[in-house]
Design a protein around this ligand. Structure first.
Ligand SMILES: Nc1ncnc2c1ncn2[C@@H]1O[C@H](COP(=O)(O)OP(=O)(O)O)[C@@H](O)[C@H]1O
Ligand SMILES: [Mg+2]
Length: 368
């Protein structure tokens, strides 16, 4: 089959490799000159909403998918009567607007932090009174890797925070002092079968994912996450992989956001599971049966951000993925995965790799 994919970053690259393994081919649309996914398929160099490029994709491909969340939904709808577009554009519409996303969670009885839509200083003052401080203020659209966010700690700073985020639609959220963060990654096929991967623990720094570990050894939380995942997948009549980010507070899970695509916190599934998130996404969007997420062991993943370490000297056990991108502070350039027989051994190997990467690079911090 020929699969059209909008976006040709590292997620596209890994989708392309999975497609090849299944005997499929990918064509990507991306404005960059030599994007990571060029290593895994053909690239049409064009803007994500370029009508001519999308029309060509629709004409040449059996199905169109996307690996990038800011594809204009209208551009997808334009081709959706010519070719199946998965995940459904309606899912993307919800994910692109934090307010719509939160209302969706509420409608499905999925617990979430208290929030309010913010259109004015008065709205923000009301949010401070109703929810309390600190508050996380986020742009409703286009945020990623912690960008488009600010924490309001004192009510006197309200006007300054609004100024900082600019004249755009905002929401204010209760600051959650979570025990840790997790993500649930699930897939649903055209026939409606669902697969949910083992729950993943995620550590962020400055809003960017640094480390993931799986499986989280807390069966009650995993069951809860699977339940929320299933509700979302069914409600959205979803096809493909979806990632749901959650905060763990005691024995509760609070939904933070979802991504209608393969996700950085699921990179460990390439080595850690018999069928990776990329493989199941390709199987789903091409109308095939999903494969079970049988675990190979305890997995850990470290993102390589800003600068690549000298890979020749990498401590044993780590599997390196180099996306082939130019280094830039704050940019995700690759990742390393370890898989071990026990959580203790996994943590030991990951710690060794973290030490190595931290000591051999200067730039693993946020963009400056
Ligand atoms: N309400 C909150 N309370 C505490 N931490 C938060 C909250 N919202 C976001 N964060 C932190 O910031 C990170 C990035 O925020 P998120 O809403 O996931 O936006 P992004 O689209 O940038 O991933 C989260 O993974 C979490 O670590
Ligand atoms: Mg997030």
């Amino acid at each position: 089959m020929r699969i059209g994919i909008i976006g040709a970053g590292q997620l596209g690259q890994m989708l392309g490799f999975a497609a090849r393994e299944l005997g499929d081919r990918c064509t990507f649309v991306d404005p960059s000159r030599s994007p990571p996914a060029a290593a895994a398929g053909d690239v049409l160099q064009a803007a994500f909403d370029n009508s001519a490029a999308l029309a060509r994709l629709a004409a040449e491909c059996d199905v169109v998918s996307y690996e990038f969340e800011n594809v204009p939904v209208d551009a997808l709808l334009e081709i959706a009567n010519q070719v199946p577009v998965y995940p459904p554009p309606a899912a993307l519409r919800h994910a692109q607007d934090r307010l719509a996303e939160k209302r969706l969670f509420e409608g499905l009885d999925i617990p979430l932090p208290a929030y309010k839509a913010i259109d004015s200083l008065a709205d923000l003052e009301n949010a401070v009174a109703d929810i309390g401080l600190p508050l996380v203020i986020k742009t409703r659209r286009l945020g990623y890797d912690g960008k488009g966010q600010a924490v309001l700690r004192e009510s006197e700073q309200a006007a300054a925070v609004l100024e900082q985020l600019g004249p755009v639609d905002l929401i204010a959220e209760q600051w959650v002092s979570f025990d840790f963060e997790v993500s649930a990654i699930g897939a649903r096929s055209v026939a409606g079968d669902v697969v949910v991967y083992p729950l993943t623990e995620n550590r962020h720094a400055d809003g960017i994912l640094r480390e993931s570990r799986a499986p989280v050894d807390q069966p009650a939380l995993a069951t809860l996450a699977e339940d929320y995942m299933s509700r979302l997948l069914h409600q959205l009549d979803y096809v493909g992989v979806l990632a749901l980010e959650l905060f763990v507070v005691g024995d509760r899970l609070l939904a933070n956001e979802f991504a209608p695509r393969v996700h950085n916190s699921g990179h460990w599934t390439i080595e850690g599971v018999a069928a990776s998130q990329f493989r199941n996404h390709i199987l789903a969007v091409t109308g095939r049966k999903l494969e079970p997420p049988t675990l190979h062991g305890h997995a850990g993943m470290l993102n390589l951000i800003g600068e690549m370490p000298p890979v020749g000297n990498l401590p044993g056990g780590g599997q390196l993925h180099d996306y082939g991108k130019d280094p830039r502070p704050g940019r995700k350039l690759g990742h390393i995965t370890v898989v071990a027989d026990s959580a203790i051994e996994r943590d030991r190997q990951l710690a060794e790799i973290v030490d190595f990467v931290t000591n051999s690079t200067r730039n693993q911090g946020p963009a400056t």
